[in-house]
Write a protein that binds this ligand. Structure first.
Ligand SMILES: Cc1ncc(COP(=O)(O)O)c(C=O)c1O
Length: 304
């Protein structure tokens, strides 16, 4: 299996092995299954271009694993825990080509970016790339515990009936919730709504970034938006301390935020897709105030 740096895929043994972020997911656990390789995830802000990421994959194919022996490549089209890094679309196309060339299964992990979050049902649809397997969870159950995997029939039907299962699999109440969620996504046009919510978040963050050079990058797709805090916009040194301070000030003001990123210096915004405009506005005002608290009013008096 090939996965990517900064990726997060879960807490079972195999998915921990696939995860490309040590803290808090891998430290103290293991040993992990063998034959899981990690390639570089493209990150334009940090200077990792599509070409460099592809050449890193090539390095694996020459130094570590014959591509003909690779079962699958798994990728989050928009990394969640890794810092809301959006895989460039040309990179996803190139992965599809590599998988087709060598008979490798392409898995899109849509657990965080799927189910309308990015403005399409699945984030990989933005790139126009069709994966062989898709994983889903989070938004799918509308708050009830549910995850799902689907894919090409040749793969999904390979296991014999009863060969896959678990105590909590197929929970009927969660599945009823998922049906309701899918209906609401359609009837309330939540894909379009996600794009609008994301646009609002992004334009407010971009305005804040003009006043606060410590906001080194604003990125995301649809209503999956984040900003990265750095000590100096030139060196781009991650600022985890101030990020923690922003979260603490926001919490005091009644706004719950989550950080992410391998250096814990990215603040992610994952507002509900159904959030009323006024509540979104209120949240963004609280965020601006929390940034003021963390950086001191003097240097950020223009922030509003
Ligand atoms: C992209 C991604 N994949 C997988 C997982 C793990 O999902 P689960 O907890 O349902 O195993 C998560 C959870 O945050 C995730 O964000």
């Amino acid at each position: 299996m090939i996965a990517f740096s900064g990726g997060f895929h879960g807490r079972t043994l195999m998915t921990m092995a696939l995860t490309g972020k040590v803290m808090p997911y891998k430290r103290g656990f293991g040993p992990f299954p063998a034959e899981v390789y990690h390639a570089e995830f493209p990150q334009p802000y940090r200077g990792v271009t599509t070409e460099q990421a592809l050449s890193d994959l090539d390095r694996l194919f020459h130094g570590d694993i014959d591509p003909k022996s690779v079962a699958a490549i798994i990728i989050e089209p928009v990394q969640g825990e890794g810092g809301f890094n959006v895989a460039p679309f040309d990179f996803l196309h190139a992965l599809r080509g590599i998988c087709d060339e060598h008979g490798i299964v392409l898995i899109a992990d849509e657990v965080q970016g799927g189910i309308a979050r990015t403005g399409k049902m699945f984030s990989i649809q933005h790139a126009g790339v069709v994966p062989d397997i898709v994983t889903m969870a989070k938004g799918l159950g509308g708050g009830l515990p549910l995850s799902a995997v689907t894919g090409r029939a040749t793969i999904m039907d390979a296991a014999h009936p009863g060969g896959l299962g678990g105590t909590y699999g197929g929970n009927p109440i969660s599945i009823a919730a998922a049906h309701a969620v899918l209906d609401v996504i359609e009837s309330e046009e939540l894909c379009a709504r996600a794009a609008r919510v994301g646009q609002k978040m992004r334009s407010r963050l971009e305005a804040l970034a003009k006043q606060l050079p410590c906001i080194g990058d604003v990125r995301g797709l649809g209503a999956m938006v984040a900003f990265e805090l750095v000590k100096d916009p030139k060196t781009k040194e991650p600022d985890a301390e101030t990020t923690a301070a922003v979260l603490a000030h926001a919490e005091k003001r009644g706004l719950i935020l989550l950080s992410c990123g391998t250096a814990a210096n990215v603040v992610r915004l994952l507002a509900p897709l159904t959030i009323p405009d006024a509540v979104l506005e209120e949240g963004l005002n609280l965020l601006a105030a929390a940034l003021q608290d963390a950086y001191g009013r003097e240097s950020t008096r223009a922030v509003a």
